[in-house]
Design a protein around this ligand. Structure first.
Ligand code: NDP
Length: 471
């Protein structure tokens, strides 16, 4: 089956369903979109909950990193002063770590400005009366440029990639501080420019959720930039750094560390190759650019989703040999990762490309890899009164959030490859269960308000959320 859609097939879909703003999306539904978009809802426990999170996240990051580095991943009493002294020494921000982090972010920003890539239209922005913004999608070219540059700087000894794992604590602190600084700068700028939107009136809540919806520097959308150009790339390089270190120390790369490099490569590569699908996601269309997105992307994702890699690195040094599993267990982990990846990639692709086709924003891309069944040739769907179509075939006919299940399969595989000695490598999958469950309930609530009876029909047609026949 071809992964691309021909012009004739595209015309057929467009002809059938050239619908959005032209046909069925009428004034009444634009008003519903505007109302839903501007509605102020206190989530995450309101002002108290988000303030606790803003203080709690960085503390938790230091705590878990400290447990991994100074106690082989076993939990330490949080009241142990000696432990916190070690953390303070090992994670103090240094001039060198600041240079590494800042130069990397500026380099990625430079690429976002100057690398070639297609421009796609985003979803209609309710706040801008349905106007669609342009998004430059040069993620793939920037990603390849980053890979080549990192090879060159490492090869010629201008910057050793192993410094990332050696300087981990220091760089993490710089990232944490940067997360706070960027949050305050973006918030203040939005207020000064009068760009604030959907404000609750509570300072702490608004700092957490953000003030600005579509932050831009020139043609670069800062939210989309923060979503993929920083977190996943750093995460990948942390694994690459640990893998090179392992090779230098032991003369070979273990299947477990190789697994982490592959896992992180697949994730970052998927974000870059499918970047044109991101402008229509919830984070870009609805969430504002506040502490939640800024801190999480600049510090949280790269420096907490890497615990499996850190654990493998620490134990290999402690044991003077990389962690090895039995062959069946290793094969199981790899299979779970690859199966999860296939479902995740193709499910996201099916829905996003379907939406782009009917929106008229579809562009065939030849980025690697384009997997079989990534695009549906004869999709079935429910035509809602709102105007949008809800896909009911492909993975979307099997379960309504099967891409979340697939993402979790990968997340648990990242944990399983470390064994069961300690809980910390399972932080990511467990935290992710909480994140995705919360996202599902938010999304269901929003979609049932938006689509009304059509949503009920969709839920009848596709009754399962995560696993067909079960839940
Ligand atoms: P979804 O991809 O599930 O998008 C939800 C939206 O899609 C709905 O609000 C609705 O939007 C539309 N939609 C829902 N059902 C259908 C359908 N059947 N047909 C057409 N459109 C439909 O959510 P996310 O943006 O949360 O997730 C995107 C990906 O990102 C997922 O794979 C997720 O796992 C991943 N992710 C990863 C994170 C990480 O930290 N690793 C964090 C968050 C997400 P509309 O109103 O336009 O109809």
């Amino acid at each position: 089956m071809s992964n691309y859609i021909t012009q004739t097939e595209l015309d057929k879909v467009l002809h059938q369903d050239a619908y959005t703003s032209k046909n069925t999306k009428n004034k009444k539904y634009n008003q519903i979109d505007e109302k839903l978009d501007s509605e102020i809802i206190f989530e995450f426990g309101g002002p108290w909950g988000v303030t606790a999170m803003m203080l709690g996240f960085p503390t938790l990051m230091y705590y878990m990193w400290g447990c991994l580095y100074f106690n082989r991943g076993q939990l330490v009493s949080p009241f142990n002063l000696e432990f916190w002294q070690l953390v303070a020494e090992g994670a103090s921000p240094t001039w060198y770590s600041t240079k590494i982090y800042v130069v990397f972010c500026l380099f990625e920003l430079f690429l976002a400005f100057y690398m070639p890539g297609p421009i796609v239209k985003g979803a209609p922005v309710a706040r801008l009366k349905g106007q669609k913004l342009d998004y430059i999608c040069n993620g793939v070219t920037s990603w390849y440029a980053t890979l080549i540059t990192s090879y060159i700087v490492h090869h010629f000894g201008w910057f050793r990639l192993t410094d990332l794992i050696d300087q981990f604590g220091h760089i993490m602190s710089v990232a944490i501080i940067s997360g706070f600084i960027i949050t305050i700068v973006v918030y203040t700028n939005a207020i000064l420019q009068g760009n604030q939107y959907r404000m609750s009136g509570n300072f702490f809540y608004d700092i957490f959720m953000g003030a600005v919806l579509n932050p831009r520097i020139g043609k670069v959308d800062m939210k989309m930039f923060a979503e993929i150009r920083i977190p996943w790339v750093i995460l990948f390089y942390i694994s690459v750094s640990a893998a090179i270190k392992e090779y230098e120390l032991f003369g070979y790369l273990s299947p477990s560390m190789g697994f982490m490099v592959l896992a992180h490569f697949l994730y970052v590569n998927a974000c870059m190759k499918g970047e044109e699908c991101i402008p229509t996601t919830w984070d870009v269309t609805y969430e504002k650019f506040g502490f939640m997105l800024i801190f999480w992307n600049y510090a949280g994702v790269p420096f907490t989703y890497c615990y499996s890699t850190l654990y493998l690195h620490i134990t290999s040094i402690d044991n003077d040999a990389p962690l090895q599993h039995s062959l069946p267990w290793t094969i199981f982990c790899y299979s779970l990762l690859l199966a999860g990846y296939y479902i995740w990639d193709t499910a996201n692709s099916q829905k996003n490309k379907f939406r782009m086709l009917v929106n008229g924003s579809y562009i065939p891309r030849h980025t690697f890899p384009q997997l079989p069944w990534g695009i549906l040739k004869n999709p079935t769907y429910i035509r809602t009164k709102h105007g949008n179509l809800l896909l009911t075939s492909g993975w979307w006919g099997i379960a309504r959030k099967i891409h979340y299940t697939a993402d979790l399969m990968m997340a648990f595989a990242w944990g399983f490859i470390t064994g069961f000695e300690t809980l910390i490598p399972y932080f990511y999958p467990l935290f992710f269960v909480a994140v995705l469950t919360h996202r599902v309930s938010r999304d269901i609530e929003r979609c049932s308000k938006k689509y009304g009876k059509d949503w009920e029909e969709y839920c009848r047609k596709v009754p399962y959320i995560f696993i067909p026949g079960l839940i």
